[in-house]
Design a protein around this ligand. Structure first.
Ligand code: ADP
Length: 316
């Protein structure tokens, strides 16, 4: 079989590990694997290159994606997707492994309807995909954020400050949740755990009076303006407060061991599924086992509330 592999949407550490696994497992099973460059744009431009064992050597440790990624709004247009599927068929590529998030899965679901055998791997730092306990890149991003929390704590303690740290996650608070727990944050404010600001300010005032030398608030993006929050904390709690928006640093870096293992397993599993004639599915890990679910059961679906919230103080 000729199989294409592409990365799409937001990049995530570990995407290269997944590419490597797909290429090598594919070749080991007698398939030809083509790298498709810059996500769905590569389908429109027929930007394909045959990859082999050697082409993916040395990429295991690299952050980002060697295939490049993009956002292609035209792909929402049916006619454009028909052309993309035609370009693949012209080259004899009948299957496609896509590595990306929810939007990427939506594109793959449509391509499956057009006769391309698609398998999706969850590549996003946000851990916001239903049907998997973890996404490729999440663990590395948590490490990056924990490092930031630890460093902020050092300077917060020295200056007796309250640090507000905004992290990514879109509608999923897992990055803030994991990093907040690992870094001992006083408050973790996420979409799943919204915080009553007045109650938080009261508690911070109490902490300050008790003589605490620092406090950390970890916040998922788009919940509240972090700078305005820091100003209010400074005005009302007795702590002087500063906001840090971590931004794209969270997307970078060499994948950590957990992400390398996850991406290797998922890449191999994608080939196993195609060998068995299974497609139109997204791969996940559930209770440390590889699973697959039809795209339909994954896209736009809510994830259950993370059990780790039982460790988090409720301030609502
Ligand atoms: P992610 O995959 O990280 O969620 P995006 O939401 O940006 O990132 O989606 C990546 C790409 O997938 C988009 O740029 C677009 O080309 C394609 N895509 C997104 N939504 C759809 C859709 N409903 N139908 C077809 N293609 C889509």
């Amino acid at each position: 079989m000729k199989i294409g592999v592409l990365t799409s949407g937001g990049d995530a550490p570990g995407m290269n590990v997944a590419i490597r696994a797909v290429v090598r497992a594919g070749a080991n099973n007698g398939h030809k694997v083509y790298g498709i460059y810059d996500g769905y744009r590569g389908l429109l431009e027929s930007n394909f290159k045959l990859l082999n064992h050697h082409s993916v050597s040395g990429i295991l440790t690299l952050g980002g994606t060697v295939l490049g990624t993009s956002r292609v709004p035209e792909f929402l247009d049916h006619e454009v997707r028909v052309q993309a599927a035609e370009n693949l068929k012209k080259k004899g590529i009948e299957a496609l492994v896509v590595i990306g998030g929810d939007g990427t899965y939506r594109g793959a679901m449509e391509l499956t309807k057009l006769g391309i055998k698609c398998v999706g791997l969850p590549g996003t730092i946000d851990n916001d995909i239903a049907g998997t306990d973890f996404t490729i890149g999440f663990h590395t991003a948590v490490e990056t954020i924990v490092d930031a929390v630890d460093k902020l704590r050092d300077t917060s303690t020295s200056h007796q400050r309250c640090s507000v740290l905004e992290v990514m996650g879109r509608k999923c608070g897992d990055l803030a949740l994991y990093a907040g727990i690992c870094g001992g944050a006083e408050f973790i404010w996420t979409p799943e755990n919204p915080i009553d600001k007045d109650k938080m300010l009261k508690q911070l005032t109490k902490y300050k009076k008790e003589g605490r030398r620092h406090a950390i608030v970890v916040l998922t993006e788009k919940q509240v303006d972090p700078h305005a929050l820091a100003e209010e904390i400074s005005a009302k709690s007795g702590f002087s407060s500063r906001a840090t928006v971590l931004g794209y640093i969270q997307r970078g870096g060499s994948p950590c061991p957990d992400d390398r293992i996850l991406a290797s397993r998922m890449g191999n599993y994608a080939i196993e599924l195609l060998n068995q004639g299974i497609y139109g599915v997204a791969v996940g890990v559930r209770d440390n086992r590889m699973i697959s679910m039809p795209f339909n059961n994954v896209v736009g679906q809510e994830r259950p509330k993370n059990q780790l919230y039982s460790l988090v103080k409720k301030v609502s």
